[in-house]
Design a protein. Structure first.
Length: 116
């Protein structure tokens, strides 16, 4: 059985995506909140990806780059690259990054976002 985990509290069953700046949490999104954003669809390597645009999640914040961290690594994107990235919903109750153009962003699993 797969257990969803919170990025802040490992004993929790709630998975959250958080936006952090200078160590302070600015915003957290549950999966249900992420599903309220406009959905974007495209194919990467023949597989359909669907989810909210990263740009939409970050639009209320001032930033020049963002570091996206997941369980299998991290990637740093400049603001111009963010527009091509979505948070693709997985079958495991989490999100992963997907992008047609930002090399290394696709497949970053259980992602949490850190803006700088």
């Amino acid at each position: 059985m797969y257990r969803k985990r919170d990025n802040i509290n490992p004993s929790s069953n709630v998975y959250n995506v958080k936006i952090v700046k200078n160590g302070q949490i600015l915003k957290e999104y549950t999966l249900d909140e992420l599903k309220k954003f406009k959905m974007v669809k495209f194919e990467v390597n023949g597989k359909e990806q669907e989810g909210p645009a990263l740009e939409d999640l970050l639009k209320e914040f001032s930033y020049q780059k963002v570091i996206i961290k997941g369980v299998n690594g991290k990637i740093e994107l400049i603001k111009e690259q963010v527009k091509d990235v979505i948070l693709d919903f997985t079958n495991h109750g989490t999100v992963k990054m997907a992008s047609k153009t930002a090399a290394g962003a696709t497949g970053l699993r259980k992602s949490e976002l850190w803006s700088l």
